[in-house]
Write a protein of this length. Structure first.
Length: 368
């Protein structure tokens, strides 16, 4: 009898190979490389090299902007874990992002705690705790939760947090919490500029590598099966809702880390950070870049924020309309996001098992 993970691997491989074989001609026409060639590591390497050298060629104010974009890319990464790998449409991701921002702002204001080794873990735990509570309520009921129920539940949570922050005097009400003290490491203060940029970039790279390891692990194998065919994974005996709750909590922790960095970089927090607008914003990042690839979320955040910055500077009156039309065109004609121009379906799903063609080739090679 096959082991459960072997069964899942075979199921995913069958689903992926079927889709990939049907899409090979389309992928070749779109300029994608054959499925045997690994494009994903090349894309990741190009993005990393560009990010490493960016402060050397950018002006000071653009370095500050780039730091903000990298923090938002980390935030987008949290949503891609939740939606791209578990199929959970969370319209409340900003709840974890903003609550962590408020949490570290209160630590800095009331307790004078700004040490990086205290505030960043605290923000991560705040995001994790909120995600665990909300995920437990929405996902771990007696009956499986529908996509609509979870979407509306997370949306309601984000809206309620926004109204609470606006009406609570302790949190600053409409004005939020301004003038947050800089994050520190010993006697050094992290202020806007290249040091903060490289700190944030290093954190993004570490979190990205951990996420990549996670989605390529045995747990990630189950998630890939969940994304491709949830009913089949449930048939194999896996507790689908538990898997969703785990990845939802991990996504909340990553969002909390991003929110902590954002609060110290901007120097203040405000109710919009936990609201629906920011929750929708991160959805657009992943839609634009491409879900279920991790790097697509990073690219989406960079492009959307970069285009928004350029449009707002050159077309101040109509830039939201132009940006909306661009996003609509991408979603209509490239549902898998911009990353689908480079990655085929097989590589996007993941190489968890050999295709039937690869198996037959291996058998021929092994034959005497």
């Amino acid at each position: 009898m096959l082991k459960p993970m072997t069964v899942v691997r075979e199921a995913i491989a069958a689903d992926a190979s079927g889709e990939a074989d049907g899409a090979m001609a389309e992928g070749a026409a779109a300029g994608q490389a054959p499925s045997g060639r690994k494009i994903l590591p090349i894309v990741e390497g190009v993005v990393l090299v560009a990010a490493l050298f960016a402060p050397l060629v950018l002006q000071d104010y653009l370095t500050v902007f780039a730091t903000r974009v990298i923090i938002l890319a980390l935030f987008a990464l949290s949503f891609d874990l939740v939606w791209g790998y578990a199929g959970i449409m969370s319209f409340g991701q900003a709840l974890f992002f903003g609550s962590a921002g408020y949490g570290v702002a209160l630590l800095a204001r009331d307790l004078d705690i700004t040490n990086i080794f205290l505030v960043l873990p605290a923000g991560t735990l705040i995001g994790l705790a909120f995600a665990l509570l909300l995920g437990g309520f929405l996902l771990l009921g007696r009956h499986p939760s529908s996509v609509i129920f979870v979407s509306l539940g997370t949306l309601t949570g984000s809206y309620a947090a926004d109204r609470l922050a606006r009406g609570w005097y302790y949190l600053g009400g409409q004005n939020g919490i301004p003038s947050i003290a800089p994050m520190t490491l010993g006697g050094y203060e992290f202020t806007e500029g290249p040091p903060f940029y490289y700190l944030v970039l290093g954190i993004l790279v570490v979190v990205y590598l951990l996420c990549r390891f996670l989605v390529r692990s045995q747990f990630g194998l189950a998630l890939a099966g969940l994304r491709e065919n949830e009913q089949r994974i449930a048939f194999f005996g896996y507790k689908v809702q538990h898997l969703k709750a785990i990845i939802f909590t991990i996504g909340g922790a990553v969002a909390g880390l991003a929110g902590s960095l954002y609060a110290f970089h901007e120097g203040f927090v405000w109710p919009n950070m936990v609201g629906v607008v920011v929750s929708t914003q991160v959805v657009l990042y992943v839609l634009f870049g491409g879900s279920g690839t991790l790097i697509g979320a990073v690219i989406g955040a960079i492009i959307v924020e970069g285009v928004s910055f350029w449009l707002s500077d050159n077309y101040r009156d109509i830039w939201p309309i132009i940006l909306g039309l661009l996003l609509l065109l991408v979603i209509l004609f490239r549902p898998l996001g911009l990353i689908s121009f480079l990655l085929g379906e097989r590589e996007r799903v993941g190489s968890f098992g050999a295709t039937p063609k690869e198996k037959s080739k291996e058998k021929r090679n092994a034959a005497p």
